[in-house]
Structure formats: C-alpha cells, structure tokens
Write a protein that binds this ligand. Structure first.
Ligand code: DGL
Length: 274
C-alpha cells in the first residue's frame, strides 16, 4: 500500500518565498540573490499592514500566517522571514504550521559583541522586537558583560516605506534615537530591523564613519543555502532566475520605492491583503 502521508521532496526548480512588512526585507533579498543567483524568488511586502513594529502580536501572527499560506500555495521550497519583528513573534508557530523550512532573522547581537573593541553596542530595532521574549533570550545569552544600548525607533519604517530616506522627519528621528548610543560611545551598531540598512548613509551623517554596522542578511542567505543543500533542493544552474515582487499596499508607491531600493525598474504585482 502506498503511504500518501509522506510529503514529496520539492523540486529544485521551486521558488523560495521571502517576506517582510514592507520593503525592508529587500536588504535580505539582495543578499539571497547575490549568494544564490540561480534561485527563483518570490518577495512579498505586506505594506498594507506596515509597520509591524507596534502592531499587536496576534495581528502580526495572523498576517505572517496569511503570507506563509500564500507562499505555500505558490509551492515554495523554503520561506525566509525577512523581518525581525515577525521572526520574534511568529517564527515558532509558523514552523509548527507548515512543512516547508522556515528561516528566520534576529538582531545580530552575538557578532556585534565579537566585533566591538570597547564592548559598548547600540541596538536599533522595533518596539515589538525589543519587547519579545526571543530578544530578551538573545541578550541574556550573549551580552556577557557587554553594554547594550537598546533603542526602539517608531516612525522610521513609515518613512522608508514612502521613500523618505533623507526627509526632515527621518533625520530628526535618527538624531533622537542615536543620541543615547552616541553618548555611551558605542563603537558598533546592530541594525535589528531589515529596513534600517537602507539608512546607513543617513546614520553615518549623524554618527560618523567610525562605528561598525552589523546586520545579518548575509548570515540569513548562508543559512538558506545550507537548508536547501540539506534537503537537496538547490537550483544548481539556470539562466534567467526570476524574481517576483508583490505588495499588499499602494502599488504606485511600491513600484517607486522597490525600484529605488533595487536599483533598476521593477514590476510589482498587487497581492490582495485578505
Ligand atoms: N523590517 C521589519 C523588521 O525587521 C519590520 C519593521 C516594521 O514593520 O515595523 O523588524
């Protein structure tokens, strides 16, 4: 008798799904595409519900489940949660709900402590990431006497979502959020939200170029590569690997901001948000 309960191995030609509350996860998508250029990728920005950083956890879980269901219907072979906030709140439940490997992201506290000379580290992240049990565990596990200046950054994601990288509001918020980190003389800065790598130039205008930035997009891409290898699902050679961009938000804004961040003109499709 054939056992139909055994789930079939995904074909290596299946796409990888990547999602975030908005455009922030493009920083992870770039690292994934650079490391795994043969892979077909589907990127979903849940812009209709951005920011996740101060939404109720049950809402973030529901949105993450909605996107994961969509990606599973698209028959992805792996999913990357390119969002620290959704990873902290929803990764465990999502992994229990689906068979597809799920790669999550977390603020790179451990590598930052290793990189810091004076062991004073600034951490920028969303309110929800900082309030999560996962973040507390991370700090307890790795802080080991280092001084962490942890700063939530309400308002920044909203600015990035509309392309306001150097707007007056963005610069004023950055000055406010970086002040305690500068006062403590941190030599290393953890970008604990995938949107923030798109503000490195603006942050450097305020704190200078001596502070080292740490963000985990390359580590996430490596982890994805390892997971695909483990299940023998790597796409070893292909020409014209596709990247499919979708957003639940305003499509004109999405088209403009995606194109700015990706570096060339892109087509962004609408994904109905319910
Ligand atoms: N980019 C996300 C993160 O890494 C979400 C930010 C937000 O939507 O508030 O946390």
């Amino acid at each position: 008798m054939i056992d139909f309960s055994i789930s079939a191995q995904p074909p290596s030609s299946a796409p990888v799904g990547i999602f975030d509350s908005g455009v922030g996860g493009l920083s992870v998508l770039k690292a994934v595409h650079a490391m795994l250029p043969n892979e077909h990728l589907i990127y979903v920005a849940d812009a209709a519900y951005a920011p996740y950083g101060d939404k109720a956890p049950h809402e973030i879980l529901a949105r993450s489940q909605f996107i994961v269901d969509y990606l599973v219907k698209r028959k992805v072979k792996a999913i990357v949660i390119a969002c620290n906030t959704a990873s902290a709140i929803a990764a465990r439940e999502l992994r229990q709900a689906v068979d597809v490997p799920i790669i999550a992201i977390e603020p790179a506290i451990k590598p930052a402590i290793a990189a810091s000379s004076n062991k004073v580290i600034g951490v920028l992240a969303t309110k929800n990431t900082i309030a999560s049990a996962a973040f507390s565990r991370l700090c307890e596990q790795y802080a080991n006497g280092a001084k962490l200046i942890v700063q939530s950054c309400p308002g920044l994601v909203e600015q990035i979502e509309v392309g306001g990288f150097s707007s007056t509001t963005t610069m004023a918020l950055l000055r406010e959020y970086l002040a305690p980190i500068m006062a403590a003389k941190a030599d290393t800065l953890v970008l604990g939200c995938t949107h923030y790598p798109f503000l490195i130039k603006q942050i450097q205008e305020i704190i200078g170029t001596d502070v080292e930035f740490i963000e985990p997009s390359h580590a996430v891409a490596r982890e994805l590569a390892n997971r695909l290898k483990m299940i023998s699902a790597q796409q070893l050679s292909v020409t014209n690997a596709s990247i499919n961009f979708l957003s639940t938000g305003n499509i004109d804004i999405a088209h403009h901001v995606f194109t700015t961040l990706w570096g060339h003109v892109l087509q962004v499709e609408v994904l109905a948000s319910t």
